[in-house]
Design a binder for this molecule. Structure first.
Ligand code: COA
Length: 637
């Protein structure tokens, strides 16, 4: 049974019950390791994630299925649900189990979530799980500019790290409520480790000897770069620049095996290859240095010349997967939680491994770094020469070479298959929906529904990430953007028998309905994580999986042809990710005040999808919705 989690489908029904009782992955329980301070007192004040009432979830689940399943299927599911929630039935038993779990844990969901959504997920992290993040093109166009910028970027990250280390990060708010800040403490000095059936995460940030180095990869060769002086002060940008030059000078050609490409493999295959790799002591030490490092900096080689109109799509691909082995996919370590990527032509961005955090904290860190790189710097260069950065050695046995060849081949196929379209919708941004007193996010989501319906003449299960960070250790739940109200609107929109006033009323209803689902989701009352929890509880109690989870409608509800997420930022950046089903789209957007950045992905191997057409349909849909509002005066409140 497939369960959609975190924009990825995972097989939870197959997990061994005992594996849920004793998770063997290594996410450190943060509350246990954090020293008492501002962070802890803030975290303690946050509410716990609630377990929604059973009947409420069952009712809302039926409502969510209405626009996406057939009448017969819906009738069948209603019967299953009646059975499930009858007094004394299995639903009540599982609900009690969940409530007990909630009273005994800091967050009843978060450990399960990391496990099933990420660590048990066996598809490659590249494209299928780890997002890319593209920054606006920076003002440099050669190797020297690349190195100068990289030095500033490192200094910017260290500046942010100081706030993390001192626990002085300003608390964030959503809708006036303070948010859980835990994810910020999970992204530096951490790394995913492949396993044979399940991965784990190590976080070295709080170990007694917290790491003082980053790893730099250039021409597929990895280096340890110590970024603090012996007195504990961070290296200045001048010092960093000199060290980066030394790295680049000592790795002028990509004449080594690209060991990093191994991290693009399917996780089980990589788990086995990892065992082969670290049998060698030198390799083991090199891998450990990468895992322990604060983050990885990828200094990419020169890019091909691409026309201006396709530049952003090309650059987004570099951030998402590196463009295949002939470009930069081997110049990465995709297990590393945070990798900054800098090209030679002003291209800049990041890739992050999703298990420890969502996009918004990563974007906040990057916003800070970009601001920092823009500051005029007063250099106070040290005169003491620094030791040369250490190159990490790898001994490549025939067996490892075979794994590398397999990874190269698979990565080439994946790179060929992934289509990415970046579209800057420049006609308006948040300003227009706000003018009409509508939630911009809901307006955009309704436009996505319209675009999809116009292409396919039906609605599909749609995922939008909703933050659960109002709760301690909260991650995400699902906003189901395809609703009965959005379906009524999209069906009416191109119907010549409908009046504009009616269409506008339907639009307003659809937008309001989306916003109210959002409010429900961010306050912990959405249905998806609750249903997942009930299912995992059944596995934990070793009872048979209830029929509602074996139902065709449940599979349909989790087959997200549209997997979407808003990731806003102060800088004009754009996050991107792959589709979560073979016949679907991944859509990430950053709504700025007067324009909206979209990244639309799909797979070339699927004949039914076409990213260029969908991007065009989104643009047309947004424009048509504004035209309708503008032409229908009563809509303007
Ligand atoms: N009239 C006028 N203005 C309105 C409005 C209305 N009816 N409704 C909302 N607005 C304003 C808001 O006040 C806000 O103003 P600001 O730009 O000054 O901040 C702005 O419009 C945006 O609000 P809205 O579009 O409704 O979205 P949001 O900021 O509340 O975000 C979610 C909605 C779902 C994206 C957010 O709640 C969330 O959960 N984000 C996390 C996403 C995530 O984790 N992604 C992970 C990806 S890995």
């Amino acid at each position: 049974m497939w369960v959609f989690c975190s924009r990825t489908a995972v097989k939870v029904g197959m997990a061994k019950p005992c594996s849920l009782v004793k998770p063997c992955y290594l996410v450190k329980p943060v509350s246990a390791t954090r020293v008492a301070g501002r962070y802890l007192s803030h975290q303690k004040g946050l509410p716990s994630l609630p377990v929604p009432p059973l009947q409420q979830t069952c009712q809302r689940y039926i409502a969510a299925l209405e626009p996406i399943v057939e009448v017969d299927e819906l009738r069948h599911t209603k019967q299953l649900l009646e059975n499930f929630q009858k007094p004394g039935g299995v639903g009540e038993r599982l609900q009690r189990g969940l409530e007990k779990r909630a009273s005994n844990t800091e967050n009843w969901l978060s450990d399960w979530w990391v496990q099933v959504a990420y660590l048990d997920y066996r598809m490659p992290v590249v494209v299928h799980s780890s997002p890319g993040l593209l920054l606006p093109r920076m003002n440099f166009s050669d190797k020297e500019g690349q190195i100068r910028f990289a030095a500033r970027l490192i200094a910017g990250v260290l500046d942010f790290k100081t706030m993390i280390d001192n626990e002085t990060l300003p608390v964030e708010y959503l809708g006036g409520k303070p948010l859980c800040m835990n994810q910020y403490y999970e992204v530096l000095s951490s790394c995913r480790i492949p396993g044979l059936k399940r991965d784990s995460i190590v976080n070295h940030a709080k170990s007694s000897s917290s790491p003082k180095h980053i790893t730099v990869v250039h021409n597929f060769q990895f280096f340890v770069l110590d970024v603090y002086n012996s007195d504990g002060t961070p290296l200045t940008t001048d010092q960093l620049r000199v060290q980066l030059e030394r790295i680049c000078n000592s790795s002028p050609q990509p004449n080594v095996e690209p060991v990093g490409i191994l991290t693009t493999l399917n996780r089980d295959t990589w788990g086995q290859a990892f065992i082969n790799l670290i049998k060698d002591k030198t390799n083991k030490e090199s891998v450990s240095a990468i895992q322990r490092s604060i983050f990885t900096l990828c200094l990419d080689g020169a890019s091909p010349k691409v026309p201006d109109e396709t530049y952003q799509s090309f650059a987004a691909i570099q951030m998402l997967h590196g463009g295949g082995v002939k470009w930069n996919s081997g110049n990465r370590w995709f297990d590393k939680t945070l990798q900054f990527i800098i090209g030679q032509d002003g291209m800049c961005g990041a890739n992050y491994e999703h298990a420890p955090a969502e996009g918004p904290p990563i974007v906040a860190l990057i916003d800070h770094v970009v601001e920092y790189t823009r500051k005029l710097e007063l250099t106070q260069s040290s005169t003491t020469p620094l030791p040369a950065p250490k190159k990490l050695q790898f001994n490549i046995t025939p067996e490892i070479k075979k794994d590398i060849e397999e990874a190269k081949h698979k990565m080439s196929l994946l790179a060929q298959d992934l289509d990415m379209r970046v579209m800057v919708f420049s006609h308006f941004g948040k300003n227009v929906p706000k003018e009409y007193k509508m939630s911009p996010d809901a307006f955009i989501q309704v436009a996505l529904q319209l675009a999809y319906y116009r292409m396919y003449q039906h609605c599909c299960a749609t995922y939008e990430s909703a933050s659960l960070r109002m709760f301690r250790l909260g991650r995400t739940d699902t906003i189901r953007s395809a609703s009965s109200d959005s379906a009524a609107f999209v069906k009416a929109f191109d119907d010549p028998s409908k009046q504009n006033t009616e269409k506008v009323e339907l639009m307003e209803k659809a937008v309001k309905s989306h916003r109210s689902y959002t409010n429900m989701a961010i306050s912990g009352q959405a249905i998806d994580r609750h249903l997942l929890g009930l299912k995992l509880q059944a596995i934990e109690e070793q009872i048979s999986i209830p029929d509602i989870f074996k139902d065709a409608a449940y599979a349909k509800a989790l087959h997200y042809r549209l997997s979407t997420s808003q990731v806003p930022s102060k800088t004009d950046c754009l996050m991107c990710f792959g589709p979560v089903v073979p016949d679907g789209y991944g859509i990430c957007y950053n709504p700025m005040n007067d324009h909206i950045n979209f990244a639309v992905s799909s797979f070339n191997s699927c004949e039914e999808t076409n990213g260029a057409h969908l991007a065009q349909a989104i643009e047309d849909g947004l424009l048509a919705m504004r035209t309708l509002l503008a032409q229908t005066p009563r809509a303007k409140l």
